[in-house]
Design a protein around this ligand. Structure first.
Ligand code: FMN
Length: 176
């Protein structure tokens, strides 16, 4: 897609209310990084889902948020456990993103994973380029999702190109 002078581009407006399609269209044109939010049950059973609705909230203390669907099995485990990890996927992690958004019964069997150093949470050792270990400090229902606020207690990073999602497809961040 090439840039066009603003005056030459037609606007589309919603007429009466905003339906699912309108809202999806809006968010589709807002590319973001791709994460897998992971946690575990008290018996150590890992859970995780692909999540793009993650963002920074506060610097002091360091807090991020993730919006998880209120029927999500991972959400139930996050709220039970009170801790979770956010795995930021690198450009080679597309398959992991697909697996953790799919109906595959054992998602963790399809990836390399280990336990994080501080909280012992499941993390994706091959597909992530950064990982945040978080404690749940607040959770608020918002429509059909729950906004989970996590205070970041540990960070793992390595320099790799992030995976992006937007316009209904995955892409590698090509950078400036
Ligand atoms: C690119 C992408 C981004 C997604 N982002 C979110 C998200 O931010 N929150 C969410 O609840 N589900 C999101 N999903 C959907 C979940 O990954 C999917 O529904 C998953 O199967 C839920 O798993 P669970 O019920 O085991 O937790 C996303 C899916 C894709 C493909």
């Amino acid at each position: 897609m090439t840039e066009t002078a603003t005056s030459e581009v037609e606007w589309t407006t919603t007429r009466s209310g905003v339906g699912d399609t309108d809202f999806r269209e809006l968010m589709n044109v807002f590319p973001s990084g791709v994460t897998v939010v992971t946690t575990q049950d008290p018996d150590g059973t890992p859970h995780g889902l692909t999540c793009t609705s993650m963002c920074s909230v506060s610097l002091r203390p360091p807090i991020l948020l993730a919006c998880l669907h209120n029927h999500s099995q991972t959400l139930a485990s996050v709220l039970r456990q009170g801790t979770f990890a956010v795995n930021l996927l690198h450009a080679g992690g597309r398959r992991a993103a697909e697996v953790f958004a799919s109906a595959v019964r054992d998602r963790f069997a399809a990836v390399h994973w280990d336990r994080t150093p501080r909280r012992g949470l499941p993390w994706l050792t091959s597909d992530a380029h950064a990982v945040a270990e978080c404690d749940v400090v607040e959770a608020t229902v918002a429509g059909d999702h729950v906004v989970v606020f996590g205070q970041v207690d540990g960070v793992l990073t390595r320099p790799q190109n992030p995976l992006m999602y937007g316009l209904r497809s995955y892409a590698a961040w090509t950078g400036a």
